[in-house]
Ligand binder design. Structure first.
Ligand SMILES: O=P(O)(O)OC[C@H]1O[C@H](OP(=O)(O)OP(=O)(O)O)[C@H](O)[C@@H]1O
Ligand SMILES: Nc1ncnc2[nH]cnc12
Length: 171
């Protein structure tokens, strides 16, 4: 188990028939796997200055908090509807397997702050696109959208054409 991809488990037909689910649970169980993945994510950012890192609920939270700490940046959770306690902005979107919405606290970002958006998987890109809209409505500048993996056949990058999109792995 020397490569990050060795720690990603394929689960067929989850959460719906026909979906091949990319499970990061084995990666999270391995301190070495987490260390390798964090190093690779940091390489994608290089020396760009980041003020805040957004983690997308729920599997985006794990590495987004680690990235924020390493980058000396704040962490911002973007959550599913009804979970954040303060005033929120909301944006709905279509998923590979359904429909959902994301929310952010209205005071999470100050104008022109440099934002890194992180999630585990870029699939159709609907989630990340909705998060980009929230960030821009609050006046943030999106420096990069980064992911552990992108599922290229779902063409998520096409929805994020105007942004700097990077991932550690591509399927
Ligand atoms: O690119 P998209 O097609 O929008 O899909 C990607 C999103 O789907 C998954 O989250 P999910 O909604 O399954 O939530 P979870 O992280 O809470 O399991 C994944 O973690 C991304 O957030
Ligand atoms: N196939 C997939 N595996 C893991 N997370 C996902 N999010 C959307 N599609 C996914």
């Amino acid at each position: 188990m020397n490569r990050i991809e060795d720690f990603i488990r394929d689960i067929p037909n989850f959460p719906k028939d026909g979906i091949l689910f990319k499970d990061i649970a084995p990666l999270l169980q391995s301190p070495r796997g987490v260390e390798m993945c964090l190093e690779e994510l940091l390489k994608l950012i290089g020396d760009q200055k980041i003020d805040k890192v957004i983690g997308i609920e729920s599997r985006g939270f794990f590495f987004a908090t680690l990235l924020a700490q390493k980058l000396d940046a704040g962490f911002i959770p973007v959550r599913k509807p009804g979970k954040l306690p303060y005033k929120t902005l909301s944006q709905s979107y279509a998923l590979e397997y359904g429909e959902d919405a994301v929310e952010i606290h209205i005071d999470a970002i100050k104008k022109d702050e440099r934002i890194l958006i992180h999630d585990d998987v870029l699939a159709t890109g609907g989630t990340a696109q909705a998060v980009c809209k929230l960030v821009e409505k609050l006046g943030g500048k999106i420096v990069q959208c980064n992911f552990i993996m992108q599922l290229s056949f779902l063409k998520g990058k096409d929805k994020l054409k105007e942004y700097n999109v990077k991932s550690v792995l591509e399927y």
